[in-house]
Design a protein around this ligand. Structure first.
Ligand code: PHE
Length: 377
């Protein structure tokens, strides 16, 4: 064969490849996701990642959506905001995802939201509760309740149900999540007649909390409101017990990790926290999810898993109703989400792209969590 023929064959072959590549690309709908799979809050991202994968596998096994398979592209951001920014850009520009499920923690979603908005890619955070997350714009949605809701619930629960009158707070000043929660808790608890006997703060990465805890001890509170994530909570609780503090720890959804009891041990037993669902809920939808997740991952699904699964299904539902994988069409369908039954409740989007949902209060025990109460909005 002459050189020319070989060349034209190569060209023809490349053209063929390019076309089949395009055809293949059009046959899938790409959905991107970002969250921590490593680091201090790794269990948060692992749960979301597992559950989103489980949801998409289920959808794909049943024929996909709009006759197309979902291609799920996930990257580990280690919980870091700057990494989140880079990953989200890549998912949008390089991978050309139709939608994003994420980020997981509020600080990361606060970084991701403005980029999703700028590129007009619909983003649905399953788990970020900071009030400001969805304020990034009309492309940014959430499928969980917000912090002004869970902070108020714990303020009321502490005063009315637990009967506390003297509470201390310990806040991570590097975290919008922590600051926002402490503000709402404090306002609610004080308005009811309670007293904040000491408010202390720390910064991200701190390991030694004894100075703050010593001041808290001197104020002799009945409970300490600690709006933080499980690694900090476990460490702080252990140091508190070493200093002879026996106050009860109360907090937000950030307590929700199998690692809390593993790291914190007895120091965290008896804590109360607000959360998004309870595995004790006997509704068939919850029990089916719990069974399937357990059999696939060998673990009880925490709230992050339930919320991840729900957010993935909400996105699939929006694509189906949009009848297209066009980003703007999906956004419009997301905004119109109404009365969808999900694991964590019945979900409708409000005008600020947040859902209206109930919360639960759980108690930390030696074997994990115990259901205490459900609070409706
Ligand atoms: N709400 C937390 C945040 O915004 C994340 C979280 C959700 C943690 C659910 C535990 C359970 O950062």
């Amino acid at each position: 064969m002459g050189r020319r023929h070989v060349l034209s064959l190569v060209v023809a072959f490349s053209v063929l490849l390019a076309f089949s590549g395009a055809a293949l690309a059009a046959d899938v709908i790409k959905i991107g996701s970002v969250g921590p799979l490593t680091g201090d809050i790794a269990t948060f991202g692992q749960s979301v990642h597992n559950a989103v994968k489980m949801a998409f596998d289920e959808v794909n096994a049943a024929g996909g959506v709009l006759g197309k398979q979902i291609e799920f592209i996930h990257e580990d951001n280690k919980g870091d905001a700057a990494e989140t920014t880079n990953i989200v850009r890549k998912l949008i520009v390089r991978d050309r995802v139709s939608a994003l499920v994420g980020a997981v923690v509020s600080a990361n979603s606060l970084a991701a939201g403005p980029i999703a908005q700028q590129f007009r890619v619909p983003m649905v955070t399953p788990t970020s509760t900071a009030d400001k997350v969805t304020a990034a714009g009309d492309y940014v949605f959430s499928t969980c309740f917000i912090d002004s809701f869970q902070g108020e619930i714990m303020g009321r629960f502490a005063y009315t149900d637990l009967g506390y009158r003297r509470v201390a707070t310990l806040v991570n000043m590097a975290s919008d999540y922590s600051i926002g929660l402490a503000d709402v808790f404090t306002e609610t608890f004080k308005n009811l007649g309670g007293e904040i006997v000491e408010s202390e703060s720390y910064s991200a990465g701190d390991q030694d909390f004894r100075a703050q805890l010593t001041k808290i001890k001197a104020a002799d509170p009945e409970a300490i409101y600690l709006p933080a994530y499980y690694t900090d909570v476990a460490l702080i609780a252990r140091q508190a017990r070493q200093l002879g503090i026996d106050a009860v720890f109360i907090g937000p959804d950030g307590f929700d990790s199998p690692k809390l009891v593993e790291i914190g041990g007895e120091a965290v037993y008896g804590s109360y926290f607000t959360n998004h669902y309870s595995t004790d809920d006997q509704s068939p939808k919850v029990q089916k999810f719990v069974q399937e997740y357990k059999s696939r991952f060998g673990q009880v699904p925490d709230a992050l898993a339930a919320l991840g699964y729900d957010a993935a299904m909400v996105v699939v539902d929006a694509i189906r109703r949009a009848g297209s994988d066009d980003r703007t069409a999906i956004r419009d369908a997301l905004a119109a989400t109404k009365d969808i039954e999900v694991v964590t409740g019945v979900l409708s989007m409000d005008a600020n792209r947040n859902p209206i949902k109930s919360a639960v209060v759980l108690k930390v025990t030696a074997d994990g969590q115990e259901y205490v109460a459900t609070v409706n909005p």
